[in-house]
Design a protein around this ligand. Structure first.
Ligand SMILES: *Cc1c(COP(=O)(O)O)cnc(C)c1O
Length: 492
């Protein structure tokens, strides 16, 4: 039985269903498994199995309190024909590395891998724990998470999903993806403010005791769909296990042979999933953490000092524009052998001084991580270079990872077989991607999507096709101060 506890040690031990329902621990820590399970026969025993099978093997070990039927059912419903590739996550060898394409789901970003299954895990958790309240999911988004959460939760029984986005803070494509969302339990609200205002508004609603008590009396409770929820992290472990099994199956490595994993990183969820996969049996030489110009993590991995006293940049890889990477707290917990008092102290320093330094023994253990960053120009050049040499098109986030890996390889001469997590379709960031291929290109975002298809011949993903012609279903724009008031009107 794998159970879960808070990284800060001041919440009760939970089973996985309880941790999924609650989302974040009461002491503001994150739920972590008390031990990380392994695939007992080694990953070699999974060679030849398809994605759903492997997802089942991984999930059933982490969510050991769920029945076999529940996990099978969730996996079946999540990884079906809404993915545009039969393999779900194709592994493509180009330019001397293997791209693990995680973006063939409905919203064309890797968030679909977890958000297509989280709603099913959540509703099954509620049934299992005999919790009969209706769940209201609140999400503040700067673009990708909001749409993936809407798709995941649309028409899921006993849930309402509300997404807040900054009215001028998302791309045209991202806005249209959200405001054309169907499903009678979906709500999309524009905030007159920036992403931080939306995020702060959501946090304030979560911590408003009077409102939460009122909701409770009406049979509702709040929960979260971002990567602080363990139910979003565990499904991400599966694709690293799958990729390793694919490499063994193709004869590129032997079971037990080391690989490198490169991840374009924002909130540290995706790369943490790779770390969990390494405990399951995926042998990893280096986890390579790639950042854009917001390179807090690069500096941290190279010095042991996490310091957010710095300028924030808006870049062409916006889903990685982040200074506080929440899931790093989970890694530090594991690397310090579960010393909660150390984690509490570091997080307190982060809150008060916007900075902390990890102890020497943790620094030593961090050496399994390498790090680097790519600025906007490096990113554009990486896209252009790989497209011209190999006819392979990357989005800006994946290009950050590819550039960081190229520099790593040049510096270290490390020729270990390497996987790059490819996190978005190039069409999702058409403006920047087309600029790398054709400096003259101009037009609206929607026109650029069409032009990119003409240049490359790669079909536009279904969800992005004719997006500008879809009916707008969500019109609400509210003042940032009114978020709570609007909810009170709707639910109390
Ligand atoms: C969310 C996101 C990331 C960052 O992933 P984390 O798990 O937050 O580190 C990278 N690329 C894209 C396209 C994303 O949407």
């Amino acid at each position: 039985m794998i159970d879960y506890k808070s990284t800060r040690g001041h919440d009760e031990i939970k089973n996985s269903a309880q941790a999924i329902i609650q989302g974040i621990a009461k002491d503001k820590g994150l739920f972590v498994p008390r031990s990380i399970p392994a695939i007992e026969g080694g990953i070699g025993s999974l060679v030849g199995r398809d994605y759903k099978d492997i997802a089942y093997e991984v999930l059933s070990r982490f969510l050991s309190d769920f029945s076999k039927e529940d996990i099978l059912d969730a996996v079946q419903k999540a990884y079906d024909s809404k993915f545009e590739k039969d393999e779900i996550v194709p592994l493509i060898e180009k330019g001397g590395v293997h791209f693990l394409e995680l973006y063939h789901g409905k919203t064309s970003a890797f968030k679909d891998m977890a958000l297509s299954i989280l709603p099913h895990l959540l509703t099954k958790s509620l049934k299992k724990e005999k919790e009969n309240k209706k769940i209201i999911i609140l999400t503040a988004t700067s673009g990708d998470t909001g749409k993936a959460a809407l798709e995941g939760f649309a028409d899921v029984e006993n849930t309402e999903i509300i997404v807040y986005y900054p009215v001028d803070g998302v791309s045209q494509v991202q806005r249209m993806q959200m405001i054309t969302q169907e499903g009678k339990n979906t709500h999309v609200v524009a905030i007159k403010g920036n992403f931080d205002n939306a995020q702060t508004g959501v946090k304030n609603i979560f911590s408003d005791d009077v409102f939460n008590k009122g909701l409770n009396d009406k049979g509702y409770m709040l929960s979260s769909a971002n990567s602080i929820n363990i139910g979003r992290l565990v499904p991400q472990v599966a694709y690293y296990v799958y990729a390793y099994a694919q490499l063994i199956g193709a004869g590129k490595i032997k079971d037990g042979e080391s690989i490198n994993i490169v991840v374009p990183t924002g909130n540290f969820g995706n790369i943490l999933a790779a770390y969990y996969a390494s405990h399951m049996g995926v042998k990893v030489h280096k986890f390579i953490c790639a950042s854009n110009k917001n390179k807090v993590l690069t500096d941290f991995i190279n010095t042991g000092i996490y310091d957010i006293n710095r300028q924030f940049y808006v870049t062409n890889s916006p889903s990685m524009d982040i200074l506080i990477s929440s899931n790093l707290e989970r890694l530090l917990y594991h690397l310090s052998d579960g010393k909660e008092e150390v984690i509490r102290e570091l997080m307190l320093q982060l809150e008060n001084e916007k900075k902390y330094e990890i102890p020497d023994d943790v620094k030593e253990r961090m050496k399994i991580f390498a790090a680097g960053f790519a600025d906007e120009q490096d990113t554009i050049e990486a896209i252009k270079d790989l497209y011209q040499r190999e006819n392979y098109l990357m989005d800006t986030h994946t290009a950050v990872a590819y550039d960081v890996y190229s520099k790593y390889k040049e510096n270290t001469k490390d020729d270990t077989i390497t996987i790059i997590a490819s996190t978005a379709s190039p069409y999702k960031f058409s403006n920047s991607v087309i600029a790398a291929l054709d400096e003259e290109a101009s037009g609206t975002e929607f026109e650029l999507v069409q032009q990119l298809e003409k240049i490359t011949g790669i079909p536009i993903p279904k969800g992005l096709k004719d997006l500008d012609k879809k009916e707008v279903l969500h019109h609400r724009v509210i003042e940032k101060e009114d978020m709570l008031k609007e909810l009170e009107k709707a639910y109390l």
